[in-house]
Design a protein around this ligand. Sequence first.
Ligand SMILES: *[C@@H]1O[C@H](CO)[C@@H](O)[C@H](O)[C@H]1NC(C)=O
Ligand SMILES: *[C@@H]1O[C@H](CO)[C@@H](O)[C@H](O)[C@H]1NC(C)=O
Ligand SMILES: *[C@@H]1O[C@H](CO)[C@@H](O)[C@H](O)[C@H]1NC(C)=O
Ligand SMILES: *[C@@H]1O[C@H](CO)[C@@H](O)[C@H](O)[C@H]1NC(C)=O
Ligand SMILES: *[C@@H]1O[C@H](CO)[C@@H](O)[C@H](O)[C@H]1NC(C)=O
Ligand SMILES: *[C@@H]1O[C@H](CO)[C@@H](O)[C@H](O)[C@H]1NC(C)=O
Ligand SMILES: *[C@@H]1O[C@H](CO)[C@@H](O)[C@H](O)[C@H]1NC(C)=O
Ligand SMILES: *[C@@H]1O[C@H](CO)[C@@H](O)[C@H](O)[C@H]1NC(C)=O
Ligand SMILES: *[C@@H]1O[C@H](CO)[C@@H](O)[C@H](O)[C@H]1NC(C)=O
Ligand SMILES: *[C@@H]1O[C@H](CO)[C@@H](O)[C@H](O)[C@H]1NC(C)=O
Ligand SMILES: *[C@@H]1O[C@H](CO)[C@@H](O)[C@H](O)[C@H]1NC(C)=O
Ligand SMILES: *[C@@H]1O[C@H](CO)[C@@H](O)[C@H](O)[C@H]1NC(C)=O
Length: 374
Amino acid sequence: MMPQETNLCASCSILFSITLLCLQLTITATAPTNETDLLAAKNLVTALDLEGYKLRGSLSPYIGNLSFLRSINLQNNSFYGEIPQEVGKIPTELGSLMKLENFQLSMSNLTRGIPPFLGNLSSLKTFTVGYNNLVGNIPDAMGQLKGLVFFSIEVNKLSGTIPSSLYNVSSLQVFSVAYNQLNGTLPTNIGLSLPNLQFLLSSGNAFSGPIPTSLCNATQLRVIDIAENNLSGSVPTNLGNLLDLFKIHLTENYVGRGFHFLTSLTNCSKLRYLDLATNQFGGVLPNSVSNLSTQLTYLILAHNDIFGSIPASLGNFVNLTVLILNDNNFTGIIPTSFGRLQKMEIISLMGNRLSGEIPASIGNLTKLFESTLG
Ligand SMILES: *[C@@H]1O[C@H](CO)[C@@H](O)[C@H](O)[C@H]1NC(C)=O
Ligand SMILES: *[C@@H]1O[C@H](CO)[C@@H](O)[C@H](O)[C@H]1NC(C)=O
Ligand SMILES: *[C@@H]1O[C@H](CO)[C@@H](O)[C@H](O)[C@H]1NC(C)=O
Ligand SMILES: *[C@@H]1O[C@H](CO)[C@@H](O)[C@H](O)[C@H]1NC(C)=O
Ligand SMILES: *[C@@H]1O[C@H](CO)[C@@H](O)[C@H](O)[C@H]1NC(C)=O
Ligand SMILES: *[C@@H]1O[C@H](CO)[C@@H](O)[C@H](O)[C@H]1NC(C)=O
Ligand SMILES: *[C@@H]1O[C@H](CO)[C@@H](O)[C@H](O)[C@H]1NC(C)=O
Ligand SMILES: *[C@@H]1O[C@H](CO)[C@@H](O)[C@H](O)[C@H]1NC(C)=O
Ligand SMILES: *[C@@H]1O[C@H](CO)[C@@H](O)[C@H](O)[C@H]1NC(C)=O
Ligand SMILES: *[C@@H]1O[C@H](CO)[C@@H](O)[C@H](O)[C@H]1NC(C)=O
Ligand SMILES: *[C@@H]1O[C@H](CO)[C@@H](O)[C@H](O)[C@H]1NC(C)=O
Ligand SMILES: *[C@@H]1O[C@H](CO)[C@@H](O)[C@H](O)[C@H]1NC(C)=O
């Protein structure tokens, strides 16, 4: 036990020295440097983790000397560059950390752009700068990061199109650009150029054009979240290739042209979340909807122009907890089969042209706490 404890303390004190070395905090007036510490640190500490320390201040230029750093996590702090006027800027000193694999500066009060020099950090695997106020375009140079796995810039004010070079980083697994002001189309070959993609998170932007059919080639996709954009056309009919697909979120686009894709989703046995609300789906909801996974938990089709009857086969989805069908043009009765939906918590059917009695079987839904049956 003892030697281990000693070692632990030794690395604690080295981390502390590095902290002092790297930061000229407005609250402390220290910046000692000590070559011995630096050399020791090279052997022992490859990470600088200051997440959530409530630190505010500038990074010392000396941080650029810590070229051995593999990981830098300054998440949930407020940092700026050497010159105090550079408030909200990603510090230039970080551009010399060539071994950096992990770059985490989300929630750090950043207000400037993403600097192109970051494209030089060729070891980078994780890049997270979400939840700041970053502006400007995503630099082309980010496409040079050939080993990038996790790209996360969500909830900023970045604008313009995504550089095509970035869609060429075939190692990407997580692509999270949601809630910015990005536009342009999703590239036709996205699923071929990003074959390892698992999470496509692009909601809340101004992307337009069709949903690329090549998504079916990114066979590890688990989440397609492209809601709140300007996408149009139909849902590709080959998404059934995506056996790990868990969530499809398309709400608030201009997508429609029928439900042909539902048949293909039969193979997606892990699908739990299907949200097509506020689009242009018209026509009848076909019985093939019953071929969706019985794990389906959320089915949201509100604000479209779907007519005909509500398929009684929806009663097969015993795991449904949320069923939102309001503001369509459904006619006929509420199926008595809904009495089998024992896990149902929220059901919304208003704004349709349903008739008849509310079936007694609804009384079976003991978990229901919100229902608008209209
Ligand atoms: C540097 O720090 C080490 C240990 O932290 C100490 O032993 C050494 O005396 C210091 N050197 C100088 C020049 O301060
Ligand atoms: C940020 O750090 C503060 C403590 O410094 C903590 O209370 C807060 O929960 C953190 N926020 C997030 C989103 O992690
Ligand atoms: C360390 O960084 C400082 C400030 O950028 C620089 O002046 C100095 O030359 C660097 N030292 C080494 C050994 O790289
Ligand atoms: C960001 O800046 C605001 C205003 O200066 C401050 O109140 C807030 O604590 C800062 N957030 C973090 C995570 O440091
Ligand atoms: C990237 O590194 C190269 C070589 O060190 C250098 O010439 C170039 O200026 C750097 N690019 C940026 C944008 O810093
Ligand atoms: C994308 O947005 C920029 C402004 O951020 C605008 O100049 C450009 O015309 C837009 N492009 C498209 C295709 O909408
Ligand atoms: C993407 O990769 C292909 C094949 O390696 C290459 O031909 C093309 O120029 C690249 N595109 C960009 C924008 O980097
Ligand atoms: C992409 O998927 C389609 C549909 O399964 C398939 O026909 C095609 O061969 C795939 N393309 C590549 C390059 O794997
Ligand atoms: C989205 O599409 C609508 C209708 O097609 C159009 O009026 C609107 O300008 C588009 N918005 C953006 C941000 O591209
Ligand atoms: C319902 O969900 C549970 C938990 O995910 C799962 O174990 C079960 O197989 C599901 N039931 C059906 C009929 O798919
Ligand atoms: C519902 O269908 C009726 C009859 O076809 C049509 O007149 C009406 O406009 C539709 N309402 C909506 C909201 O689509
Ligand atoms: C009501 O629930 C019971 C099990 O709790 C089930 O046997 C019965 O079939 C249900 N009734 C209807 C009409 O679905």
